[in-house]
Design a protein around this ligand. Structure first.
Ligand code: 4AD
Ligand code: MG
Length: 456
C-alpha cells in the first residue's frame, strides 16, 4: 500500500502543501459540529499526526472515531502552529474496525496492567519508545565491534556443556523420562543427541575458541537461565553480548567494556532525544544528566576487598550480612553504586570460591581476575574476567568443583595448543536497556518476557 511514514512528514519540509497518504491507528479522536479531529500513529514516530476532517465534505465520520481503528488517510499536509504539521483529509478508508472493548483506551495504564496484554501494549507510547531505543542500541553494539574489526560469531544455543556451572540450564530433550531406563546415563544415551543437552547460559566457551583463531570476536544472541528467581532483573531468556579478546588482560578488557558502554549511550543520546525526554518525564527524573555524566566521566574501579570494607563500615541494616568471602547481594551493589559512588563501578578481584571455574587465579591464591560492572538502579549489568590460560590451574579449578572434564575436552584443548592470555565479558542487553531508559522492571524491555511460572 503506497503511503508515507508519519515520521517523514515531521522531518521533511518538502511534504508541506503536498497530497499525502498515511496509514496508522487512531490514538485519540474528537468530534464536533463542523469538524472532527483524529490523532493517528503508525509507529514510526512518538508524535501522532493530527488529521482534520471537514464534516461538510465528509459528513459520516463515526466509523473513523473509535480508538484503535486502523485507517488509510489521503489529504493535504499543511503547516500547523500547534502541531508542526497536520493533514486536511480528503478521503479516509477504514482498514480494520476496533470495537469499544479494545483495552487501550484514553487513560494512562499502569505497567502492571500492560504486562497482561503483551500483544497490545507495544502500541503505547511507552513501548514505542523502549523498543525504538532497544533497536538503536542493538545497532550501536554491532557498530562498536564492527568498526574495531571484531568478528561477529554465532555460538550454539543447544549445548552439552554448562558455562556457568550453576545448574541453571534448561534441558533439551525429545523423550520423556520413564522407569524403563536403567539409569540417567541410559536415558540420556537414548535421547536425541545421545547425551545430556541443554539451552546455553552463555556463548563464552565457544567464543573463547573463536577468539583463539580470530583474535577478537563478539556474540550477540539469546542466553537461557532456569533461575528460580522472580526479581525485576531476571528473565529466563535474555539477550547477551559477549566479546572475547585474545592477548587482553583484566585492565584491557575493563577499558574495552567502559568504552563500549559509553559508545552505546552516546549513540542513544544522539539518535533518540525524544524517547529519552519521554523516559525522563515518566520514568526517571534527571535521566539525561545521568547519561551525559556516564559518557563524560570515568567509571570507578573498586577492589572487592575494599568494597567489603565500605559495606562493613556502612550505617545500614543490610538484610544479608557482609564479610569477606560473601557474594554481593543487590542491596550491597546498590549501596555501592547509588549511595557511595553514584556512578558505574567495576568491582574487581572477587574471592575465587564465589566465581566460575574459568576465571584467572590471582597470585594471592584467594581471588580471581574478574569484575562485575554495577550501575545505579539496576545493579550488575556486566560479568567479566580474564580467563585462566594455564592448563594445570584450569584443571584444578574444575576438579575442585567436581566438574566432568570429558564434557569440556575442547575447552581444555585451548590451554594445550598455543594458550594465550585472554579476557571477555557478558553484557545483559536488557539490563543496559533498563539503565538507559530508567525502566524499573526487566519485563518491560522485552516483547514477551519469559519468567518463572509465566510464558505466553
Ligand atoms: O555474569 P554472567 O552469568 O556471566 C556470564 O555468563 C559469562 N559467561 C559472560 C562472559 O564472560 N562472556 O552473565 C552476564 C550478564 C550479567 O551481568 C547480566 O547482565 C546478564 O548477563 N544476565 C541476565 N540478564 C537477565 N536475566 C538473567 N536471568 C540474567 N543472567 C545474567
Ligand atoms: Mg554475573
Amino acid at each position: 500500500m503506497k503511503h508515507i511514514d508519519i515520521k517523514k512528514l515531521y522531518t521533511d519540509p518538502a511534504y508541506v502543501g503536498q497530497m499525502v497518504t498515511v496509514c496508522g491507528w487512531v490514538r485519540t479522536s474528537r468530534d464536533s459540529k463542523n469538524v472532527a479531529f483524529l490523532e493517528l500513529n503508525d509507529g514510526t514516530s512518538l508524535k501522532h499526526l493530527q488529521i482534520v476532517l471537514d464534516k461538510e465534505r465528509m459528513p459520516e465520520v463515526s466509523a473513523f472515531m473509535p480508538i484503535g481503528t486502523s485507517l488509510k488517510v489521503e489529504g493535504t499536509l499543511v503547516a500547523s502552529e500547534r502541531n508542526g504539521v497536520e493533514v486536511n483529509a480528503t478521503a479516509v478508508t477504514v482498514l480494520g474496525a476496533c470495537p469499544g472493548e479494545y483495552p487501550l483506551q484514553k487513560k494512562r495504564h499502569t505497567l502492571e496492567f500492560l504486562r497482561t496484554i503483551p500483544h497490545l501494549r507495544v502500541r503505547t507510547n511507552t513501548f514505542n519508545a523502549i523498543f525504538r531505543v532497544r533497536s538503536v542500541m542493538a545497532d550501536a553494539i554491532h557498530r562498536y565491534f564492527q568498526q574495531r574489526d571484531y568478528v561477529y560469531v554465532n555460538t550454539p544455543l543447544i549445548t552439552a556443556s554448562d558455562c556457568e556451572g550453576a545448574g541453571e540450564m534448561f534441558k533439551v530433550t525429545t523423550i520423556g523420562y520413564s522407569e524403563d531406563y536403567k539409569s540417567a546415563e541410559d536415558y540420556y544415551a537414548n535421547d536425541f543427541f545421545g547425551k545430556r543437552a541443554g539451552l546455553s547460559v552463555s556463548g563464552q566457551l565457544e567464543g573463547e575458541m573463536a577468539a583463539m583463531a580470530f583474535g577478537k570476536i563478539y556474540t550477540f544472541g539469546p542466553s537461557f537461565r532456569a533461575e528460580n528467581s522472580n526479581t525485576p532483573r531476571h528473565v529466563a531468556e535474555f539477550w547477551h553480548v559477549e566479546p572475547e579478546v585474545a592477548f587482553a588482560e583484566l585492565p584491557d578488557i575493563i577499558e574495552i567494556a567502559q568504552e563500549m558502554i559509553k559508545y552505546i549511550i552516546a549513540d542513544v543520546m544522539e539518535k533518540c532525544p525524544e524517547e529519552l525526554a519521554f523516559f525522563e518525564k515518566f520514568f526517571e527524573a534527571g535521566l539525561r544528566d545521568k547519561l551525559r555524566s556516564v559518557v563524560d566521566n570515568d567509571f570507578e574501579v573498586l577492589d572487592y576487598t575494599d568494597a567489603i570494607a565500605i559495606l562493613e563500615k556502612a550505617d545500614v541494616d543490610f538484610k544479608y550480612p557482609v564479610s569477606w568471602g560473601c557474594d554481593l547481594q543487590t542491596e550491597h551493589e546498590r549501596y555501592i553504586t547509588e549511595q557511595v559512588f553514584k556512578k558505574p563501578v567495576f568491582v574487581t578481584n572477587y574471592p575465587k570460591d564465589i566465581k566460575s571455574f574459568y576465571m584467572k587465579q590471582n597470585p594471592d591464591g584467594k581471588t580471581v581476575a574478574a569484575t562485575d560492572l554495577l550501575v545505579p538502579g539496576v545493579g550488575e549489568i556486566i560479568g567479566c574476567s580474564e580467563r585462566e590460560a594455564d592448563l594445570d590451574k584450569l584443571l584444578s579449578a574444575m576438579q575442585e568443583r567436581g566438574m566432568n572434564l570429558e564434557d569440556y575436552g575442547d575447552y581444555i584443548d585451548l590451554r594445550r595448543f598455543g594458550s594465550v592470555p585472554h579476557s571477555g565479558f557478558g553484557l545483559g542487553f536488557e539490563r543496559i536497556i533498563m539503565y538507559v531508559t530508567g525502566t524499573a522492571n526487566i519485563r518491560d524491555v522485552q516483547l514477551f518476557p519469559r519468567t518463572v511460572g509465566s510464558i505466553r
